[in-house]
Design a protein around this ligand. Structure first.
Ligand code: NAD
Ligand code: MG
Length: 384
């Protein structure tokens, strides 16, 4: 089998893993298979050009373009898609953050299936994206490992048979740090993740458990469940990625070593499965699988996710925007680790939420939330 592919955010962690998966699939399906029509990135022209040559792509898009020479170059992912995407193509959405919303919507409108890594798009604009997906009759295939697991466990079971969806969380790089030391964790400590190698933002989100909070909201949209059928548990080994408990009490889980190439490949080849290029489980090395409840006092991000789910409307856009801003400040060493989640909570509690969810209202709330977050961050800097 083979499909025409676009990789948005190709120079990032998920993007680079997707390039490996494509090369693996080409090795199975032969010359000319899995054509990558276009790739895009925010920066890192050098790697983007290397990937373009390596994959023999038709067109590229880069937002921060320096002097770059390529036969067919666009200034953003939407332009690239409008010019080259055809119904039936698959677009790997691996841009980080809210910047991914417009490209995903464009891809859906072009009739493309989406392999979605970019969870922030569903958190901020889930209602718009799900409606667009339904209208276009395309597939939205999760790449986030937990959601890929749930998708696999659910299979063809109808929504009414779901009793509970459980997402697992590694606990992030600070899992073994005492609660009283959490607030002053350094950027270096936070970026040293024990089981996953990922981009900087998602690694910070993992440490604050904001990643799990975003994923709970993502799961609501993907699987049409509310907070009463959704939970997250700590599972330090990152072997079980997600579980579905059905109404009869049976639990189906998906397991594999922590490697994003598996969910990426699953989305690309769906509904088929072919030989995988990621490590396989060796049970001799996994004699212990632990699960523990998340301490909601230590990790207030989880309660915020449930608040966002109950609030609905544009609350997700506000929550996501505030989080993107605090993470950026933390990574710039301008905000302590422990200040991030309380600021997101303050922004979520201050901004009024609108029931009217349109792309315009979501963009407006995103902007309002970023401005307020930056104001709070600078006032904290002045006071410290
Ligand atoms: P990353 O920071 O490594 O890469 C992000 C990519 O997006 C880069 O190629 C960057 O150039 C590109 N980008 C940023 N702004 C852009 C724009 N405006 N237009 C085009 N490209 C732009 O991030 P990542 O770790 O690969 O994560 C990507 C997404 O996948 C995130 O939403 C993350 O939460 C999600 N995710 C990542 C992992 C993982 O293992 N890394 C796992 C699950 C989900
Ligand atoms: Mg995940």
């Amino acid at each position: 089998m083979s499909r025409r592919v676009f990789i948005l955010g190709s120079t990032g962690s998920i993007g680079c893993s997707t390039v490996e998966v494509i090369e693996h699939l080409r090795s199975i399906d032969g010359d000319g298979s899995w054509p990558v029509v276009g790739i895009s990135a925010g920066s890192n022209c050098e790697l983007l050009l290397q990937q373009a040559t390596r994959l023999d792509v038709e067109a590229i898009a880069i937002t921060n373009k320096a002097a770059l020479e390529f036969k067919n170059i666009f200034s953003n992912s939407e332009e690239l898609l409008k010019a080259h995407a055809k119904p039936g193509d698959i677009v790997v959405a691996a841009i980080v953050g809210f910047a991914g919303v417009a490209p995903v919507l464009t891809a859906v409108k072009c009739g493309c299936d989406i392999a979605l890594a970019n969870k922030e798009t569903l958190v901020a604009a889930g209602e718009i994206i799900m409606k667009a997906v339904q209208k276009a009759g395309v597939r939205l295939l999760p790449v986030d490992s937990e959601h890929s697991a749930i998708y696999q466990a659910l299979s063809e079971h109808p929504n009414a048979e779901i009793a509970k969806i459980t997402l697992t969380a590694s606990g992030g790089s600070l899992r073994n740090i005492k609660t009283e030391d959490l607030s002053n964790a350094t950027v270096e400590q936070v970026l040293n993740h024990p089981t996953w190698s990922m981009g900087a933002k998602v690694t910070v989100d993992s440490a604050s458990l904001m990643n799990k909070a975003l994923e709970l909201i993502e799961a609501c949209w993907l699987f049409d469940v509310k907070d009463d059928r959704l939970e997250a548990v700590i599972h330090p080994q990152s072997i079980v990625h997600g579980m579905v408990q059905f109404v009869d009490g049976s639990v189906i889980a998906q397991m594999s070593p922590p490697d994003m190439k598996l969910p990426i490949q699953f989305a690309l080849t769906y509904p088929k499965r072919v030989d995988g290029c990621s490590p396989k489980i060796d049970w001799a090395n996994h004699s212990t699988l632990q699960f523990e409840a998340i301490d909601k006092i230590r990790h207030p991000a989880i309660q915020l996710a449930y608040d966002v789910i109950r609030l609905g409307g544009t609350a997700g856009a506000v929550f996501n925007a505030a989080n993107e801003e605090v993470v950026e400040s933390f990574l710039e060493h301008s905000l302590p680790f422990g200040a991030m989640v309380p600021i997101v909570a303050e922004v979520l509690g201050t901004i009024t939420h609108s029931e009217n969810v349109t792309l315009e209202s979501v963009v407006a709330k995103d902007t309002e939330a970023r401005e307020l977050t930056r104001k709070i961050i600078s006032s904290q800097k002045v006071n410290s």
